[in-house]
Write a protein that binds this ligand. Structure first.
Ligand SMILES: NC(=O)c1ccc[n+]([C@@H]2O[C@H](COP(=O)([O-])OP(=O)(O)OC[C@H]3O[C@@H](n4cnc5c(N)ncnc54)[C@H](OP(=O)(O)O)[C@@H]3O)[C@@H](O)[C@H]2O)c1
Length: 261
């Protein structure tokens, strides 16, 4: 699929991965509708992009009014691709989590992408290459201690995306679940970063994630894509032999407990 002149709605554009995706899609010649909560970061990103065809919209997508405003703008611009890149994360044991933290994780990582997909699908009539991308995570396929809430939300997003792909299988709408591994952005606070280092987890740069996604978008097939080796293999192992993975992850538990204390 050719990305040139396609209009893309990108949520999480003020974040690390979103920023890199916006830069990569700009190079491909896309028109971008960029959204996040941080006006300064969005404006800073806009200033680095080419031409004057891109737009930013500062929006808190937990608010119905802001979601509607975003979808109205997407309709005006004739957006054909949506990339749900917003997200939050928090390293903690379940017993440490407050009600509002549980709610925030589920709403931002799962509920908002679902609501945006629902609002976006009717805009895709008559489009040549309508595409939905939900950015999940390797942690949407492997449950980790210290990440119960994040994993729950991303497992949910993966299930939603798979169901939606099947629900839209008799249309021309492509539905992609794209799952990065740990990436060097502000989503990971200092504790996360130190824990990743202690566990020996590989950490990608956002540009690697963005370039992989752009490559996927250019392909015609609808896909579920896991980024990184050996993470791809662990996802398979976890679905086939979960007890093996239980045992392997037990060894990591004391390290994870140290960083959640
Ligand atoms: N970084 C990783 O290790 C990693 C690994 C796998 C998957 N992912 C996934 O990749 C995606 C992007 O993550 P990232 O690393 O780029 O995170 P990030 O740098 O923390 O960016 C998160 C983005 O989400 C936006 N956001 C959060 N709450 C919002 C709300 N209520 N309304 C509107 N926007 C909201 C933020 O906007 P403001 O900053 O403007 O508030 C920001 O643009 C997420 O879905 C994440 O789960 C990340």
């Amino acid at each position: 699929m050719k990305l040139q002149d396609k209009c893309v709605l990108l949520t999480g554009a003020s974040g690390g991965i979103g920023y890199a995706i916006a830069k990569a899609l700009d190079i491909e010649g896309c028109q971008l509708l960029l959204t996040g909560r941080n006006q300064e970061k969005l404006q800073g990103l806009l200033n680095t992009l080419s031409g004057n065809k891109h737009q930013i919209l500062c929006a808190d997508l937990t608010l119905t009014r802001d979601r509607q405003q975003l979808l109205t703008r997407a309709k005006q611009l004739d957006c054909e691709i949506i990339i749900n890149g917003l997200g939050v994360n928090q390293l903690s044991l379940l017993t440490q989590a407050t009600d509002s933290q549980i709610e925030e994780m589920m709403v931002i990582n799962l509920q908002i992408p679902i609501q945006l997909c629902r609002g976006f699908i009717p805009l895709l009539n008559q489009k040549n290459d309508p595409t939905i991308v939900n950015i999940g995570s390797i942690l949407g396929s492997i449950g980790y201690a210290g990440s119960t809430l994040y994993c729950s939300s991303k497992f949910g997003l993966r299930g939603f995306t798979e169901s939606l792909r099947r629900e839209l299988a008799d249309t021309n709408i492509r539905v992609i679940y794209f799952a990065p591994r740990a990436t060097n952005t502000e989503l990971n606070n200092q504790k996360n970063q130190a824990m990743n280092q202690a566990l020996g987890n590989q950490v990608d740069e956002p540009s690697v994630v963005a370039n992989t996604l752009v490559h996927l978008l250019k392909q015609k097939r609808a896909v579920t894509y896991y980024l990184g080796w050996p993470e791809k293999l662990f996802v398979r192992l976890n679905s086939l032999f979960p007890r093996l993975v239980d045992k392997a992850l037990l060894k990591q538990l004391p390290i994870i407990r140290r960083f959640t204390a």
